[in-house]
Design a protein around this ligand. Structure first.
Ligand code: GLN
Length: 310
């Protein structure tokens, strides 16, 4: 379906009005102390299309912690560095478990199910860190997201990173478990220090939508990875990007997506657009509650879904 810019802007405004009228915005991720005090009543949506101006509605100029959405960018870097050798260390199957789960790690001898659950993301970060220092790996990540978004004003929030370093016991347990299985090349402190900083990257919804353009493809999109890799990263986002809520997101929205506990979701309409939503309150999967509802509405109103219109 071809939609005019005016119609798309009206859709974003309608979605924002409905989200702001909701009286159940979900609960913020208070297990990261620095995120506990964020007002759950904020909402933003942004739509980026290759070669066209980015459209926004709501609090789209407020930076938020992208958290696990960063795993998409780190995966692109890891694949750029190692290619398919990465898959010897991490799988490509949905886990059906919470993002912090250790269950499969125990059963599958230290090879995490996919790069988007925490255990898999820790391995991905560890791979990028091999032969580099944390500041080099994080510098490469920042350069990548800034180039993808065409925006140098993207930074990390040191307080959020330190907050997780002080309290991320489960992630330390995962890292030590990976190490015990020979699937960690650096020390847990070094890999997790890097991982927590990558999660602490902050972006506005507009910046995140722009940063997702490299996964849209086409001649006007930033060419940071090959078309084959775009397709594969989108496949992983569709099947694993929302953890044990991935099937539900595919059912309701029908687009590849990656969520973070900061309340951000990046979704890709292949060949067409990159969409970012942000609302800090989470559902029981740890994905943005109003953000998921907004994306469901967005897919319905635009007819944009890889499975056809709803
Ligand atoms: N930094 C968070 C953690 O490791 C990321 C989790 C998430 O966004 N789902 O727990």
């Amino acid at each position: 379906m071809t939609l005019t810019t005016a119609r798309l802007q009206a859709i974003l405004s309608e979605i924002t009005d409905l989200a702001r009228a909701s009286d159940s915005p979900g609960k913020v991720a208070d297990y990261i102390p620095e995120l506990a005090c964020i007002d759950p009543r904020q909402f933003a949506i942004a739509l980026a299309r290759p070669g066209k101006p980015t459209l926004v509605a709501g609090d789209a100029a407020v930076p938020f912690s992208i958290q696990s959405v960063s795993k998409v960018f780190m995966l692109a870097l890891a694949l750029g560095k190692m290619g398919d050798r990465l898959w010897a260390r991490v799988g490509r199957e949905p886990s059906g478990q919470a993002f912090y789960s250790m269950l499969h790690l125990e059963l599958e001898k230290g090879r995490p199910r996919n790069p988007f659950i925490n255990a898999g993301a820790i391995v991905t970060t560890d791979a990028v860190l091999q032969g580099a220092s944390p500041s080099e790996a994080l510098g490469a990540l920042l350069r990548f997201v800034r180039a993808a978004a065409n925006d140098d004003d993207i930074h990390m929030n040191e307080r959020v990173a330190q907050s997780e370093i002080a309290t991320g016991h489960r992630n330390f347990a995962l890292a030590h478990y990976l190490l015990s299985h020979g699937n960690l090349a650096n020390t847990p402190d070094l890999t997790l220090g890097t991982y927590f900083h990558q999660c602490a990257v902050e972006m506005t919804a507009a910046q995140l939508a722009n940063a997702g353009l490299f996964l849209v493809g086409g001649s006007d999109a930033p060419r940071l990875v090959s078309p084959q890799r775009i397709r594969r990263i989108n496949a992983l986002m569709m099947t694993c990007g929302h953890y044990d809520g991935s099937g539900d997101y595919a059912y309701r929205v029908g687009l590849p997506g990656k969520s973070g506990v900061g309340g951000g979701i990046l979704s890709i309409v292949p060949g067409v657009a990159s969409v970012a939503v942000w609302s800090p309150g989470l559902n029981h999967y740890g994905n943005s509650k109003l953000g998921t509802e907004a994306m469901e509405r967005f897919a319905r109103l635009t007819g944009w879904s890889v499975f056809g219109p709803t």
